[in-house]
Design a protein around this ligand. Structure first.
Ligand SMILES: Cc1cc2nc3c(=O)[nH]c(=O)nc-3n(C[C@H](O)[C@H](O)[C@H](O)COP(=O)(O)OP(=O)(O)OC[C@H]3O[C@@H](n4cnc5c(N)ncnc54)[C@H](O)[C@@H]3O)c2cc1C
Length: 301
């Protein structure tokens, strides 16, 4: 990016250069992002996107990077993050209005404080609200679509509201995955007044369950593979004998075999190689096509 473009962008927010994807993803791997841009407001977001489009600069909106496997290559474009300025929220009775850079875990605690039920499932998901809507993140038989009323999206230069049905939510899927050029800006969630103690107990029991079943002491991106219809990815991984399998610094977790963890010095290539090997073996031995839930980003193929 030339100096002139840099200066244009800087009018609309904070621009940082050469930021490692280790600091932008929960896997803590990957090359550098040449530019990371934090728009100050919707005007800055709209302008930044149109500058990138006009100048042919690739860009990608990232949340907390908790579902991303970037390559070890540098990304010669702009990562747009809403986590610095798009973090306002407010409650109006049982409705929560929130901007998409908010932490889902923080919102879940806030809802609990207000004795509002509906976000207990989200307490251990290290997402931004935007990333959670994009993925229709969920756990314990609950998901974002259960509480979404409307989502505000930037489409080209227009900001529009989509009702829940228009978001086409299904298992870890939404219309936003089919429109990666859209940016989710904010949303309206419908919660329900409940008993504070009961909400707190549910949150705590879910957190305890996660601690006892997931390798939370290692960097990861949560579940690596989507569960195939009617079954569980971890079962196939166990059946091919890959629980604990290591490639370089990447390892299939001993605690939960649908988690690939970074044991400390993994490269993105180590993780990708291990995931590809699992897909290949499960296909050969079980005739099942495991699909990655984690999104690969900036890979040549
Ligand atoms: C320890 C751990 C536990 C996890 N547990 C769960 C779980 O229980 N359930 C679950 O569903 N997931 C889980 N995950 C995975 C992950 O947290 C979710 O997929 C989450 O929704 C990703 O949110 P994010 O903000 O990190 O998005 P990112 O990983 O940053 O991005 C994911 C995708 O969303 C897009 N995106 C992000 N923000 C926007 C926006 N504002 N507008 C448009 N597109 C956007 C990005 O471009 C990207 O394509 C877990 C991950 C970890 C590390």
């Amino acid at each position: 990016m030339n100096k002139e473009t840099e200066n244009k962008l800087k009018q609309f927010g904070d621009l940082e250069s050469n930021v490692s994807f280790r600091n932008l993803t929960t896997f803590r791997v990957g090359g550098n992002a040449q530019n990371v841009f934090y728009p100050r407001n919707i005007f800055g977001l709209t302008n930044a996107i149109s500058i990138c489009r006009q100048e042919g600069i690739p860009f990608k909106v990232l949340g907390n990077g908790s579902n991303i496997l970037p390559s070890d290559d540098d990304f010669e474009g702009v990562i747009i993050k809403l986590t610095r300025y798009f973090i306002d929220y407010y409650f109006d009775d049982e409705t929560l209005y929130a901007q998409c850079g908010c932490s889902l875990i923080a919102l879940s605690y806030k809802a609990m404080e207000m004795s509002l039920s509906g976000l207990e499932f989200a307490n251990g998901i290290p997402a931004t609200l935007g990333g959670a809507l994009f993925m229709n993140a969920g756990a314990y038989k609950c998901e974002m679509s259960d509480i979404v009323e409307e989502v505000q999206v930037l489409v080209d230069d227009d900001v529009m509201w989509l009702g829940r049905d228009q978001c086409q939510f299904s298992y870890r899927s939404s219309i936003f995955q089919r429109h990666p050029e859209w940016t989710i800006v904010s949303c309206k969630l419908k919660l329900k007044r409940g008993d504070h103690e009961a909400i707190q107990q549910l949150v705590e029991s879910r957190r305890e369950k996660r601690r006892s079943t997931q390798p939370l002491n290692f960097p990861s991106a949560g579940s690596t593979f989507r569960n195939p219809e009617g079954s569980f990815a971890w079962k196939y991984i166990d059946e091919i004998g890959y629980r604990g399998k290591r490639i370089g610094g990447a390892q299939v977790s001993e605690k939960h075999s649908n988690f690939i963890i970074n044991t400390g010095d993994a490269t993105a290539t180590d993780i990708r190689t291990l995931a590809d090997e699992i897909i290949e073996k499960v296909r050969k031995e079980h005739n099942v096509d495991l699909k990655m839930e984690v999104e690969k980003f900036n890979w040549k193929e």
